[in-house]
Ligand binder design. Structure first.
Ligand code: HGY
Ligand code: MN
Ligand code: MN
Length: 416
């Protein structure tokens, strides 16, 4: 007779079906998703997730940032819950699995516990964090940042999207403002299961990433001020060319990142020219430099060098230069006890695994400030993510969810 839970595994077909059903909500144009935060499709995805949670016998709470907490009761109502979470919002050209895998694998953990009649001492809460991506409203991981006390609720509500709409107004418009104070609930532990969004696990032919750390990040928003002028009739020596300054800064960021290899990255994903007319030299250029490293000192040195050299580039060209840090978190070390529970679960299940540092940021980076937290990762094809062609296999998805089930149940304390 096997001990209760010894053969604990999730239902991979059911998890995959739920992923495919959620992928139909807010479809992209190339097989992925465009389910940006606080849009109607985000709301539709939230309602679908709530329906599934209701069917699994969970009770739903929503806080003032719209974050969703679905609770499965434990035998000890006073025990702090074990949380399993990630995010349902996507990039504008996002994949079907970034974030979604972690939320729906959390739901699958509950569904499987129901099937296996497993009871735990601690309650278990499946979480959908609002605005993890930071694509529509910067910064990323906004709701988990308010939860961890990094941002105030007012700061979050005032964040504006490119059309000037505020986070607070849009959350009200889609009808997902909860009444729970953000951060009022306390956590026994937090697990986040996520696709790697990098090439290492696939290249090393490992099924599970035992995530020990996450690299730190700076988002530096530059506003360059040039002089609007005719691109045809303005002599080259009379131009105040903010576009040229931006190009030189982007080249410099590449140089700084390459000078600090290994273990760092730097680049630019978003640029806004105004007036953005083909035959007008831009008066204003706004762009965000994204730099990351697991090494705190290296990350801060890169920031200082980029800001200093950008000022020099602009001075030579007579271009105004202002910079604001619009996103930041220090490198994160995840909880060794939880990391060990993930590694043990992978070993007990016979899954190949390796330690991993997360290249992307996640809500776990903020929950780690207020509760023991860790992550589990599965490979993704070619390491591709933030691209509609993002792809994983059902086997990869299932293996990571099996590990999640065991680590969560062990941490929540199985009750015979
Ligand atoms: O930017 C990130 O690393 C995450 O996708 N929000
Ligand atoms: Mn994500
Ligand atoms: Mn993402």
């Amino acid at each position: 007779m096997t001990a209760r839970g010894e053969n604990m595994r999730i239902n991979g077909d059911r998890l995959w079906d739920s992923l495919m059903d959620m992928a139909k909500v807010g479809p992209g144009v190339a097989g992925g998703n465009n389910r940006q935060t606080l849009t109607d499709s985000d709301s539709e995805g939230r309602h679908l997730f709530k329906t599934w949670c209701d069917e699994a016998g969970m009770t739903m709470s929503v806080d003032k940032m719209g974050t969703m907490f679905a609770t499965r009761a434990g035998t000890d109502p006073d025990a702090l819950p074990v949380y399993v979470g990630s995010h349902l919002d996507t990039q504008p050209t996002g994949g079907k699995y970034d974030g979604v895998l972690g939320v729906l694998a959390g739901l699958e953990v509950i569904r499987s516990m129901n099937d296996l009649d497993i009871r735990t001492k601690h309650p278990i809460v499946v979480t959908n964090w609002t605005n993890e991506e930071g694509a529509r409203f910067a910064p990323a991981m906004l709701a988990s940042g308010v939860f961890a006390g990094v941002h105030t609720l007012d700061y979050a509500y005032d964040r504006k999207d490119p059309d000037g709409k505020t986070f607070g107004d849009e959350l009200k418009r889609i009808g997902w403002v909860g009444d729970e104070e953000v951060g009022a609930r306390k956590m026994h532990a937090y697990f986040e299961y996520h696709i790697e969004q990098g090439p290492i696990l696939e290249a090393e032919n490992r099924q599970i990433g035992v995530v020990t750390h996450c690299q730190g990040l700076w988002w530096l928003e530059f506003t360059l001020t040039g002089k609007e002028a005719h691109t045809g009739s303005t002599p080259m020596n009379l131009r105040v060319n903010a576009g040229l300054a931006m190009a030189r800064i982007m080249e410099m960021v590449q140089t700084v990142a390459m000078d600090n290899q290994p273990g760092c990255v730097g680049g630019v994903g978003q640029v806004k020219f105004s007036p953005n007319s083909r035959n007008v030299l831009p008066g204003t250029v706004i762009f965000t430099v994204d730099i990351r490293s697991p090494d705190q000192a290296k990350l801060d040195r890169m920031r200082a060098r980029i800001e200093a050299e950008a000022a020099g580039i602009c001075e030579v060209l007579g271009v105004g230069c202002a910079v604001e840090a619009v996103g930041h978190f220090d490198p994160v070390t995840f909880d060794p006890t939880l990391v060990a529970s993930v590694r043990k679960a992978a070993e007990d299940l016979g899954y190949s695994h390796m330690n991993l540092i997360s290249g992307a940021g996640h809500d776990a980076c903020w929950t780690a400030k207020v509760a023991p937290s860790t992550m589990i990762m599965c490979p993704c094809v070619g390491g591709l993510s933030h691209n509609e062609a993002e792809d994983i296999s059902k086997d990869w998805a299932t293996a990571g969810a099996d590990v999640l089930l065991r680590a969560v149940v062990e941490t929540a304390g199985i009750v015979e």
